[in-house]
Design a protein around this ligand. Structure first.
Ligand code: FAD
Length: 265
């Protein structure tokens, strides 16, 4: 992006434009490299659609689209689904019935100082933080789905999505290694919120100073003290997180009420 297109935004907010742009990219770009979905891929995709249809606190037309996609996927007794059929549903049927998902990206808090930085991966992290926070707030949201009563439902769905579809395969390998190590020990929906936060900070610390870092958005241990003063403490001269405060902060930051509609057309 050039300075001309720079969008002012508030770092203490989440932007619907980033989340919708991410969903557009996921459904129309990332998935498009898979000609047909079958087996593990189909399961990974169905779980992803289940989780977003049930938990994404989106605008009504977008949620409706996700619900329609979920109904369609669960009503099809097929073992193989051509990607084109998914695209048709996302594009045509939706448009005719007025259920419409943006068809271009518009990054706001995920905008980068150049075209190749930030954007989609930033929106995917944001989306999954939102989904873990929503699941903790609405424990019954996944009732009557294949994912009900599982405190790891959102995390395991993210894990399957990332390892199966995420365009950055290197990232998928790193994430899978972290998941293998400790995801199975997550026992509650609250722990899931903190697990994802902790792992995201681990990724931030690994990537600080790397080529993929946007110099305008250096990787930090998040939330920084300006965003959440009570999340930080010093003990014997060492920084420690106050995890109960982080938990409260995450649920508030990634709540529906903190999503700004600004810039979403
Ligand atoms: P991001 O890290 O994308 O974060 C987006 C926003 O989330 C931040 O702006 C901040 O508001 C918030 N945030 C930051 N930290 C936290 C936290 N701990 N908890 C909650 N919210 C937070 N890139 C690589 O080069 N190598 C990899 O191995 C790699 N692995 C990845 C694995 C996954 C699962 C994903 C989704 C992405 C991965 N990426 C990897 C991409 C990388 O993590 C960043 O997404 C990308 O570099 C863009 O960084 P960003 O500055 O937009 O911030």
């Amino acid at each position: 992006a050039t300075m001309k297109d720079w969008k002012e935004f508030d770092r203490s907010k989440v932007y619907m434009a980033d989340l919708e742009s991410g969903l557009h990219y996921l459904l129309r770009v990332e998935l498009a490299s898979h000609h047909t979905l079958e087996g593990e891929e189909l399961v990974a995709f169905k779980d992803f659609v289940t989780v977003v249809a049930k938990l994404f606190p989106g605008r009504q037309p977008v949620v409706k689209l996700l619900e329609t996609l979920l109904e369609w996927l669960t009503s099809l007794p097929l073992e193989k689904i051509p990607y084109d059929a998914i695209l048709d549903l996302v594009n045509n049927k939706m448009r005719i019935s007025g259920l419409y998902l943006t068809d271009h990206v518009q990054w706001v808090s995920c905008q980068g100082s150049s075209m190749t930085l930030r954007g989609y991966p930033c929106s995917l992290w944001t989306l999954f933080h939102i989904l873990t926070a929503q699941a903790a707030q609405r424990p019954d949201a996944l009732a009557n789905t294949a994912l009900e009563d599982d405190p790891q439902a959102v995390l395991q769905t993210m894990r399957r999505y990332i390892t199966t579809f995420f365009g950055c395969q290197e990232c998928g390998k790193h994430f899978e290694a972290m998941a293998k190590e400790s995801m199975n020990s997550v026992k509650s929906l609250d722990e899931a919120v903190l697990w994802l936060w902790r792992k995201h900070n681990q990724v931030n610390s690994r990537l600080a100073g790397a080529m993929s870092e946007d110099p305008v958005f250096p990787k930090t241990q998040w939330p920084t003290p300006d965003l959440c003063p009570t999340c930080h403490e010093e003990q014997n001269g060492l920084h420690v997180w106050k995890e109960d405060m982080v938990q409260v902060f995450l649920k508030k930051h990634y709540s529906a009420a903190n999503i700004s509609p600004k810039y979403s057309s």
